[in-house]
Design a protein around this ligand. Structure first.
Ligand code: CA
Length: 235
């Protein structure tokens, strides 16, 4: 399937140039001229990368990126900014917005395509760590389909719940402090607190444990964090 790029840019000729260039490279392109419209297109998905102009008529590109990073389904989406000279590049690439790259206008289409491919390759390698099917103790988690089977039953999990469970089940018995789960599972989304981990663990327990109050899988280690237990009786 062609990889899909959402372009958020209000200058028509740039959108047309990008549309032409990217389609020629085999990408599927969706162009949006407003920040809000772009955000909607991204949320509807599926999407592999966003190209975002910084100066947009409604939301700025930076605000769009901030909202993406706060969205549980999109916080890892690769973002490349289109910038005019002199914009605050350190902030763009830095922690505040966490873009993967940027290109300064006017840019050469060939250079942009090379940057896009590099970012997608990098993302692909990062995702490989996440695609291992885990089978343990009556649980089967397939990250490729986000399918969770518990004791023979399919269980509906949100994408973050799935990620958290998959991460813990991939490292059975190991204790993870909540901060380290935030780093490993939530990544660069900084709009979360350790409390977020507790909330997700509680929801997961309700979905996968026979007795959520006496969990077999997702155990609290007092004062330390959480671990995935592989003891049959939850002891
Ligand atoms: Ca603009």
């Amino acid at each position: 399937m062609a990889q899909r790029i959402v372009v958020i840019e209000d200058e028509r000729d740039i959108v047309e140039l990008l549309d032409y260039t990217l389609r020629k490279e085999g990408f599927d392109v969706r162009g949006c001229s407003r920040g809000k419209e772009g955000l909607d297109a991204l949320r509807r998905g599926p999407v592999d990368l966003a190209l975002i102009d910084i100066m947009l008529p409604d939301l700025s590109g930076l605000e769009v990126c901030k909202l993406l990073r706060a969205d549980e389904n999109l916080h890892r989406l690769p973002v490349i900014f289109l910038t005019a000279k002199g914009e605050e590049l350190d902030r763009i690439l830095g922690l505040e917005f966490g873009a993967d790259d940027y290109v300064v206008k006017p840019f050469s289409p060939r250079e942009l395509v090379a940057r896009i491919k590099a970012v997608l390759r990098r993302q692909g390698r990062a995702e490989e760590d996440h695609v291992q099917v885990v089978e343990v103790q009556g649980l089967r988690l397939d990250p490729n389909t986000q399918e969770a089977i518990v004791r023979g039953q399919s269980v509906e999990l949100s994408s973050l719940e799935f990620k958290l469970l998959h991460f813990l089940a991939s490292h059975p018995r190991r204790i993870f402090p909540r901060e380290s789960l935030l780093d490993r599972v939530w990544g660069r989304d900084r709009f979360v607190t350790p409390r977020t981990v507790d909330v997700h663990i509680r929801r997961l327990r309700e979905k996968i444990e026979m007795k959520p109050a006496k969990p077999q899988y997702l155990q609290t280690v007092r004062g330390s964090g959480y671990r995935f237990s592989v003891e049959a009786d939850g002891a």
